[in-house]
Design a protein around this ligand. Sequence first.
Ligand code: G6P
Length: 612
Amino acid sequence: MCGIVGYIGLKESYPILIKGLYRLEYRGYDSAGIALLDGSLKLFKTHGKVADLEKLVQGENLSGSIGIAHTRWATHGEPNDVNAHPHYSPSQKLAIIHNGIIENYGSLKAELKNRGYSFHSDTDTEVLIHLIEDIQQNENVNLEEAVRIALNQVVGAYAIVIISQENPDQLIVAKKGSPLVIGVGDEEYFVASDASPIIEYTKDVVYLEDEEMAIVPRKGALRIKTMKNQQKTPYVHHLEMQLSSIEKGGFAHFMLKEIYEQPRSIKDSMRGRLNAAKGIISLGGIIDYQQKLINCKRIIIVACGTSWHAGLVGEYLFEDLARIPVEVEYASEFRYRNPVIDEHDVVIAISQSGETADTLAAIELAKSRGATIIGICNVVGSSIARATDAGSYTHAGPEIGVASTEAFTAQVTILSLMALMIAGKKGSISKSLFHELLAEMESIPAKVQKTLQMNDTILAISKIFQNARNFLYLGRGYNFPVALEGALKLKEISYIHAEGYPAAEMKHGPIALIDEEMPVVVIATKKGNYDKVVSNIQEVKARKGVIIAIVTEGDDVVHDIADHVIEIPETDEAFVPLVATIPLQLLSYHMAVLRGCNVDQPRNLAKSVTVE
Ligand code: G6P
């Protein structure tokens, strides 16, 4: 939610900041703004996208070698010019950008109003910068100390950057619950919500911890301290990320690039972890916890959105192969219940961004009850990755498209490896099956590659259904989560209403919706409950529904009944989600493009949801 970027050094900051905003736009794109310091503070902001901000500043003096910029996903106040960031302090000598939510902003605002302050916007952020200036003036402290005192009064989450006319050689940054990374260049520093605006200039970064603030100087060393005023030594990480991984590389959209990257991202997620010839699975990140997994009473998977769907696949994998009971929980529900959970449970938290606020809070709750927490995250060093006891990273690479694709299949890859590893150690499946499954898993990237060749067929089907108003997605067993994920992808980017359903449950309600206007996507791959799904297809056809079926290569039964078929290579039932999801991603992609939707930045959504 919201992207923040800052620069301090000897170069002109505007080009760096605007490029950074484009890189962070996936985090939110309701409004955008920038503040530059060149003797005095200049501030420009507008509702709309970064491109609108660029139009707004045309012809303006944009000089300044220190600056901050923001792209917003609205929480407090509608996305208009006034609520856009940065926000000025009352004297207009300070400006702030903020990602997160100040929960007690109401009481702080009332107090400040009593003291005569007035506010222009509806935001919590403006309250914070007023508070900081108030403390600076009334307690006669410097800016750094005023920020620290103010943040000690704040409840909620924040990543902030403050620029000050009277302190032209520093940026003040602070973080709690929202991500913030500082790039360390040669006589220059960068600040951003993630490393993507930074890696073009430097790969040396410092991750700020929660309740830490940094004084980022124009020259000299970075200073970090805690909110309790303890000095910390900055730890510089060297990133391996390549610039090409965050660019479109010739594809029309990031989403399409990411769909096509899946043979690579699945392979990278297995690399060094799976050796079928030797019959080995080794997940170094959880090696110390594998006995705990083998002995645990049950596994609870917590996640949101697409990651929750990956968790559902995990439920089938762990129960089927490792014979461990699994519950899959929406993190946002779990955290507000009073769940029965103790030290005999293992919680697996799944998150692409590693920053989802609800998932993070669910982890904290489970931790407080003594459970062991294992993470599956894509973003290295993210808050969730750091909050867990152990974990395995998905190696999907940066995922920029708001609709998650390659992160999902990478998550399912890791869950498959975990379940197989435990099954092998526990002996819950036979040795021969274990070896068979390992060999099959190694063949998945090639099968995904082959599935991508169905693109033209999928485009042709999309053209037929581009004006449909509703879709139903059906699947059973391992393919039920695939149906949910297919429906979610369509909703997210093409704004067509879609529901995913267990195929057999259809007759308990959704069947009433079926008529000749209703496309029904059925994942009807061989094995599993194939015959039962074929019966479900017949039930839809008997009511004049239109069937788009995902079938196994060579299937001739469904071919004869369905209106359209998309063939995928045969694989073991446990790995079908890794292959069957691909055509559904492509279907939603083409539908969205044909309908003229903004695929990479769908309305109202954000890639990383750092608010509750
Ligand atoms: C947002 C994104 C989804 C994502 C969900 C969970 O809603 O738009 O694509 O699945 O958050 O995100 P996470 O980073 O925790 O996987």
